[in-house]
Design a binder for this molecule. Structure first.
Ligand code: PMP
Ligand code: GLN
Length: 382
């Protein structure tokens, strides 16, 4: 049998989580919180999991009540016209399924998809499975800002999509209104669509606001915007996300979604709908996570890890050159897991060609005790 993805191994997140378990290491590798979702949300799930009449298929695009609440939330948060629950919003099985459904619905063999690197690991393989070609443009280090001239140079009549991710995994960099203006200028008079992965929309720090593609009318008219309840509610295991897009694009996503999963877990959607109207939860997230970012950065002072600034998401990148000047990042990440008892992700895993910038990624979505223990171990290692 000849594989369709012969060069693709097991996702780095699975690999590093397994290694962490094998060595009893603190897992700062895979991005997930080590604390639980809000109690009112888990209580709601228990309630709905036991409720008569709520255990069968949800409607294919998602529970209407949940889509209505997402519509209201989006309008209030981003000061945009409310997306129509009937024609603009689709509930997906995590942002992962949303990404895949959008790519499957839009990319034809021979199409190109522009991807800014480092990039989340599913983008490239999912594009290639559609017969598309990912066209990679490196972000500029150490700011991880796009070089729009390079983007412009790589756009062709075959560019089906430009893929954005803000706040960015793994760097935390955020895109600005000016970035969107520039991109909109480049895409004017083209058929190129935009896929904007905004799963970390609520995790933007230092008083900055997340800028959503939804707020840019010219881009929003050609964009699929993805979010994830996993990030917003500390519930990555629930696997519920959503896609907002114009009606014509939503119709295409649903053509695929209906055959990919058909619909998403019914009681889970009910539970999320019960808490979504409470804006306090997500308005408190920036301060909640910023405190963790700043605590971890403070705790790492005096180690050989040089942290890069992170404007958003729940990751910090670090240079380890002072500790292991020549060591490839993959080897260093594995050695850190084994010898220090702290698992991290090597940033080369986010480059299609394994480009090694000598960087590792820490996930700081952890309880203070976890971050403190990890820091003790990293000091001992340094
Ligand atoms: N996009 C990015 C940038 C992510 O970091 C993640 C989660 N790790 C996803 C998509 C997938 O989100 P979900 O867990 O909702 O499928
Ligand atoms: N998004 C998470 C990360 O970047 C992991 C998701 C996954 O394990 N697939 O670490």
């Amino acid at each position: 049998f000849s594989s369709k993805l012969p060069d693709v191994g097991t996702s780095i997140f699975s690999v590093m989580t397994q290694l962490a378990q094998d060595h009893g290491a603190i897992n700062l590798a895979q991005g997930f919180p080590d604390f639980d979702p809000p109690q009112n949300l888990t209580d709601a799930l228990v309630r709905h999991a036991g409720a008569a009449g709520q255990q069968q298929y949800a409607p294919m695009p998602g529970l209407l009540r949940l889509r209505e609440l997402i519509s209201q939330k989006t309008a209030a948060l981003y000061h945009v016209p409310a997306p129509d629950p009937a024609t603009n919003i689709t509930i997906t099985s995590g942002a992962t399924e949303g990404l895949y459904a959008v790519l499957a619905a839009t990319v034809r063999p021979g199409d190109e998809v522009l991807v800014l690197e480092p990039a989340y690991d599913l983008y490239g393989p999912a594009i290639r499975l559609q017969g598309g070609t990912p066209v990679y443009v490196p972000l500029c280090l150490p700011s991880f800002r796009p070089d729009w001239d390079q983007v412009a140079a790589r756009l062709t009549p075959r560019t089906r999509l430009v893929l954005l991710n803000t706040p960015h995994n793994p760097s935390g960099a955020v895109l600005t209104t000016q970035d969107f203006d520039t991109l909109a200028g480049l895409l004017e008079n083209t058929d190129t669509l935009v896929l904007s992965d905004e799963v970390y929309e609520h995790l933007v720090f230092d008083g900055q606001a997340h800028r959503s593609v939804l707020q840019h009318p010219a881009l929003a008219a050609r964009a699929f915007v993805l979010s994830s309840f996993g990030k917003t509610y500390h519930a990555t295991g629930w696997k519920v996300g959503y896609c907002i897009a114009p009606a014509l694009l939503t119709a295409e996503v649903r053509r695929v979604h209906q055959f990919l999963t058909f619909s998403v877990s019914t009681p889970t959607q009910h539970a999320l709908a019960d808490v979504l109207a409470d804006a306090d939860h997500y308005r408190e997230l920036p301060a909640f996570y910023q405190q963790k970012r700043d605590l971890f950065a403070e705790l790492l002072r005096g180690t050989g890890f040089e942290l890069l600034p992170a404007a958003g998401a729940y990751f910090l990148l670090a240079r380890y050159a002072a500790l292991a000047p020549q060591e490839p990042d993959t080897e260093f990440a594995q050695r850190l897991t084994r010898e220090a008892g702290v698992a991290v992700v090597p940033v080369s895993a986010f480059y299609h060609d394994g480009r090694d910038e000598g960087l590792i990624r820490f996930c700081f979505a952890k309880r203070s005790e976890t971050l403190q223990e990890a820091a003790l171990r990293l000091h001992a290692f340094s």
